[in-house]
Design a protein around this ligand. Structure first.
Ligand code: AMP
Length: 180
């Protein structure tokens, strides 16, 4: 878990390499495989290009397809669950005891990082400050309550997302070695 641009995707990839987990990024899979699938997905694409979310229904489909294709895998979820409805779905249908890691980062730095990423990767949703601010606002409104929800269930672990990629990866590795 963590704000847009905090390094979730990068750190998920580190976990893939170190622990052999599979990386499930709902945002990335949506962009690669689902964005043009049907009318609902096209509406989802229009929504995320403006800084919004795609529907829970699409998110569940992405996840269920992935699990069906990789039934034995240990999975790093990146970008899911994003709101309380998805979080309840997660605990009920996917895992009742997930290890939840929150990466903490300074949001003003994230804004700049996302603008740079938008330029490099031509991502619509990272292309303007107004869109990024909308995503940060949605993160506060809908995703921060999920972090609180996991905290109350004693499932949450917090790691500083500041510093070099390797340093942050080491913090997460240490955490996993102490709890797993
Ligand atoms: P990301 O690649 O994680 O930054 O996701 C890109 C965009 O996809 C996000 O800004 C959301 O609009 C959308 N998205 C990703 N995951 C979800 C999800 N679980 N539910 C709804 N929308 C999502």
């Amino acid at each position: 878990m963590g704000a847009p641009g905090c390094g979730k995707g990068t750190q998920a990839q580190e976990l893939v390499q170190k622990f052999g987990f599979l990386h499930l990024s709902t945002g990335e899979l949506f962009r690669k495989k689902y964005a043009n699938k049907n009318e609902k997905a096209k509406q989802g694409k229009a929504s995320i290009d403006k800084g919004g979310f795609f529907s829970d229904e699409i998110a569940y489909q992405i996840i269920q397809d992935f699990i069906t294709e990789n039934p034995e895998a240990r999975i790093v979820f990146d970008g899911f669950p994003r709101d309380i409805t998805q979080a309840s779905y997660f605990l009920e249908h996917i895992s009742a005891q997930p290890i939840v890691i929150k990466l903490e980062a300074d949001e003003e730095k994230l804004l700049q990082r996302l603008l740079d990423r938008g330029r490099q990767m031509h991502r619509e949703d990272d292309s303007s400050e107004a869109i990024i601010r909308r995503r940060l606002a949605l993160y506060h409104e809908l995703t921060v309550p999920v972090i609180q929800f996991f905290k109350e269930k004693h499932l949450l672990h917090t790691v500083s997302g500041e510093g070099e990629i390797d340093e942050i990866a080491l913090r997460i590795e240490k955490l996993l070695n102490t709890i797993a």
